[in-house]
Design a protein around this ligand. Structure first.
Ligand code: ATP
Ligand code: MG
Length: 416
């Protein structure tokens, strides 16, 4: 343990101003504080504010229990069956997450029934310092105390922020076994913040990368989508490939150079401000594999392409429990690219041009032509048609006339 810790930076020793903190988040922080509870801004928001970045969201840590939090806020909902959290809702679908400080559990404290362990471990409340120690990286364990506007560092996160270093709290060999998703998060934060990984991280990943396959698919899905949302899918998945993590993370994704070059195009589009949805990300991930499995240039039939798209997407979507609607949208994007590569004048072109997925498929295909410049002439070929310049005049849609059921002739009742 470092005897200099905790380090407390007073208000005039750090750059965080209340003006940078979300108004509703400040309201929650103040109300907890006024009611005698510890009330801290925690996690990624403190890190980002210290780095001069805009936080994605604001999380709060407190020593109030979930039930005490609920009593303080009318707009509070307790969520999570295992890890009880308070969600405080505000106008515009805004959600502020408030968590009670937790601590790690020693093996002798565990209840006798192993079935109760997880619930016990996740709901053992602790001090702010203990809470800092159970977090993943030192830079994610900094606190901002609303009582005196100080920044509190129990672990050495401030020094690592200065050195631009991702350091696991505790021994990575132990912490990665505890939660394998931390391996991916280490690489993700290094890419997002342009930080270096501490020396002990890569050997620990090489030792435990297989464990990624045992992580909850829902969490891996969420982290992978975060890579796309932050526009860092290409560098992170390339790094994962170099470290041998890919087969355990995304079993069906080959991560070829061309495939990753495609993701770099998608990342550039996202960083320019275009929101990405999961179907687009999925289609981008698997486009190269799909094109190889049913090369349109060799006259592959559309039915074979449909089969290939299904064969590639279904195992991924089944493993990650991705809804059929998203899978079908991703499939339509792949098939759209297939038709675009085949060129104009094929059967079904008019129907394809009217298909709701075609504009998006064209966008994906345009990114693909950055990776495959030999396909660029097709863009000129398709552009007028897709933009409607040479499409045939639109005829008003003819309503299908439903045939009326013939009413049975009414035979007047005879007076009996
Ligand atoms: P972002 O900007 O993406 O929200 P973040 O650091 O806030 O980054 P979250 O996923 O929102 O990341 O998690 C909030 C905090 O919870 C983290 O900063 C970290 O302290 C802690 N945390 C998240 N995941 C883990 C994990 N797997 N193990 C330990 N602590 C974690
Ligand atoms: Mg966060």
């Amino acid at each position: 343990m470092n005897p200099d810790l905790p380090i407390i930076l007073q208000r005039d020793q750090h750059p965080i101003s209340r003006q940078q903190i979300d108004e509703d988040c400040l309201k929650v922080l103040y109300r907890l504080h006024r009611n005698g509870f510890k009330s801290y801004l925690v996690g990624g928001s403190v890190r980002d504010l210290l780095l001069g970045r805009t936080p994605k969201d604001f999380d709060i840590g407190t020593d109030a229990t979930p039930n005490q939090i609920k009593r303080l806020f009318r707009n509070c909902f307790l969520v999570g069956r295992r890890f009880r959290l308070a969600h405080i809702r505000f106008a515009g679908n805004k959600l502020i997450e408030v968590a009670t400080f937790r601590r790690e559990v020693s093996p002798e404290e565990l209840p006798d029934d192993p079935g109760d362990h997880l619930h016990f471990v996740q709901n053992l409340f602790g001090s702010p310092c203990e809470d800092a120690y159970r977090r993943d990286f030192t830079i994610n364990a900094l606190f901002y105390n609303i009582a005196d506007f100080s920044v509190v560092d129990h672990i050495g996160g401030l020094a690592d922020l200065k050195q631009r270093l991702i350091r696991v709290i505790g021994d990575p060999l132990v912490r990665f076994v505890e939660d394998p998703v931390r391996m991916l998060r280490a690489i993700e934060f290094a890419a997002r913040l342009d930080f270096n990984l501490c020396d002990n991280i890569i050997p620990a990943i090489e030792e435990h990368r297989e464990l990624l396959a045992t992580a909850a698919p829902a969490r891996v899905r969420e982290e992978v989508m975060a890579l796309f949302r932050y526009g860092i899918a290409a560098p992170v998945l390339r790094h994962c490939r170099e470290l041998g993590m890919l087969p355990h993370l995304l079993a069906g994704y080959p991560g070829t150079d061309e495939g990753i070059a495609m993701l770099a195009q998608v990342d550039a589009r996202t960083r320019c401000g275009t929101a990405i949805d999961e179907s687009f990300a999925l289609a981008a991930l698997y486009l190269r594999l799909f094109m190889d499995s049913c090369p349109p240039e060799r006259g592959t039939a559309i039915t074979t392409a449909v089969q290939s798209a299904n064969d590639i997407l279904t195992p991924h979507c089944r493993y990650f429990s991705i809804a059929a609607g998203i899978r079908i949208q991703a499939r339509d994007l792949l098939l759209g690219c297939f038709r675009l590569v085949r060129g104009r004048g094929q059967r079904g072109e008019q129907k394809f041009l009217r298909h709701p997925a075609t504009a998006n498929a064209m966008e994906l295909f345009t990114l693909w032509t950055e990776v495959r410049p030999d396909l660029r002439p097709l863009l000129q070929e398709w552009h007028p048609a897709i933009n409607g310049a040479d499409s045939p005049p639109k005829l008003p849609l003819r309503r299908k006339r439903r045939r009326r059921k013939k009413k049975p002739a009414i035979t007047p009742l005879k007076n009996s």
